[in-house]
Structures are given as C-alpha cells and as structure tokens.
Write a protein that binds this ligand. Sequence first.
Ligand code: ADP
Ligand code: MG
Length: 314
Amino acid sequence: ATPTAVMVATGVGAQNGVLIKGGDALERAQKIKHVIFDKTGTLTQGKASVTTAKVFTDIGRGEFLRWVASAEASSEHPLAKAIVDYARHFHFFNEPSGTTNGQNHRNESSNTGWLIDVADFTSLPGRGVKCLMDGKQVLVGNRKLMTENGIAIPTPVENFVVELEESAKTGILVAFDDSLIGVLGVADPLKREAAVVIDGLKKMGVQPVMVTGDNWRTAHAVAKEVGIQDVRAEVMPAGKADVIRSFQKDGSIVAMVGDGINDSPALAAADVGMAIGAGTDIAIEAADYVLMRNNLEDVITAIDLSRKTFARIR
Ligand code: ADP
Ligand code: MG
C-alpha cells in the first residue's frame, strides 16, 4: 500500500473509533489467524452483579454481607465492587437502624461507616483477598485461595459453587476463622454483539480463543454461549502472555483483545494488541489498536480495514 492508502485507512479507522498506532500495525492485522479474547470486560460487559448470597452457618445474612464487604472494600477488582455494592444495598434497605432514612440512600455510596475495620489487607491476584477482622482471618475468593490457605470446602458448598458455575456465574467463597461460611454468585452478562462477532470471525477464517483467570467451568459456560470452542481458563495474570506466545510458536499471527491491567503483557506480546473500551491507560499503552467504542464489531472492522488496504496493491 502507498503511504497515502495507509493514511486514508488510518483516517477511516479513526472515524469509527478504531485508533491505529502506525502503518506496521495496520499491515499486520490482515494476517491475523487467531484472536485471543479476555473474558471479563472484553467479551462480557464487565458489569458484574451479585445474584446470590448463601450462608452456610447460622450467622445472619446482614452480618455475613458486612464481613464480606469489609474485606473487599479496599480491592479494585470488579468482583469486589459488585460485592460491596450488593452488601451496601442490603445494609441500607434492611438495617436502616439510626444511620439513614429513605431520603439519603443515594449518598451512602461514599459512606463507609457501616463497614468493619480490617487489618493486614492483602490482595492476591487471580485468587481474591485476605485480611484480619477482630484478629480473625477472613478470606474472600476462589477455590485456589481456600486450598492454599488450608480451608476445607464441604461437599454442600462445593455442589452449590458448581451449580453457579454451570450457569456461567462466578462463585466467590468466603471463609471466616478457618471455616467456610458462605458463597456469593456473581454474573457478568455478555456484550450484545459478542456471539455475532465470534461467528463473523470464523467466517473470515480467523479462530477465536478465550483466555481468563476465572475457573474453567464458568469459562466454558460463557464460551459456549458465545460460540468459542478453544478456552484457556484459570490463567494467572502473568500467564496470558504465555498463551499468546504458544500460538506464535505454532506459527500463528495472533491478536489479543483485552481491557485490563492484567492484559497488558499479553497485548504487548501479541502481533496485534487491541485495547477495548475505556480500557486502562496501561492497556492502551501496550496496544497497537485502541477500540474506543467498546464494541467487539470493531475487531472485525480492524481486520477488514487492513485486508482491504493491502489487497488493493497485491
Ligand atoms: P479475569 O481474567 O477474569 O479478569 P482475574 O485474574 O482478575 O480474572 O481473577 C481471577 C479469579 O480470581 C476471579 O474469577 C475470582 O475467582 C478471583 N478473584 C480475583 N480477585 C478477587 C476479589 N477481589 N474478590 C474475590 N475473588 C477474586
Ligand atoms: Mg478483563
């Protein structure tokens, strides 16, 4: 393609919110064989919400939710935000005692007075959070977090988590003072265009793959809904780039589509890194393409634009 054709394509991209960082990136996109999609916030809306809270001991629901929210309050993770939100609503609608009235619910989002002070807060990437409350250890996260801390998962709890996962939800386990006391189910709906885009890529001869830190059962349930057969689940944040490299080692030209801090190493490792949505600054920096509209259709737009620009001069 002539420099003019590259300039025109870059302009057309920009008009559609597809920002291309240079002619090399534009050229590479035509050769993409695999597109690796992050799950949370990329294929899904990234708007997690709690759908279930089940307590397995005789403590009250309100108290349970208050402990969980207190543990998660310092975490930046989308799952943590969903949990704190849910607990806050439960608290201010069910236990209004003295702190509030119907008028000021909306202001309570900045009020953290209902939370319990925690000590030694630790965020464990790909696992969850850990802290002390009144000297007792509280753990909120996945099976790996529980296993690594020597917490047994009773059969009824395990069965309940499996049930959540089979319906594409993420099960969050909660342990207090070395025993498992409850489970939360969190749902994150697919983006509306996700299934159509996956189908479109296949028709273009491009293979879609999903990579996620989430557990394999939830990952497979989501993948099935969206039409992806190749799933890499329970991948630790650092492992996403290794997944990219394994495809490259097999001779593929690989695109990575992701939104989060977790995804930056993979975006950088890919032949074509595409940051989607508002993204995080670090993801945008690592990427070759920025898909501003947060719409997966632009993955197809990007590949099309490259194919058309470079087909003309063949
Ligand atoms: P993803 O690739 O989907 O963005 P992450 O690597 O951020 O996933 O997290 C993987 C898993 O670790 C989550 O599905 C969840 O089970 C657990 N996890 C991570 N952070 C938290 C948290 N703050 N609270 C509860 N669970 C968490
Ligand atoms: Mg993500």
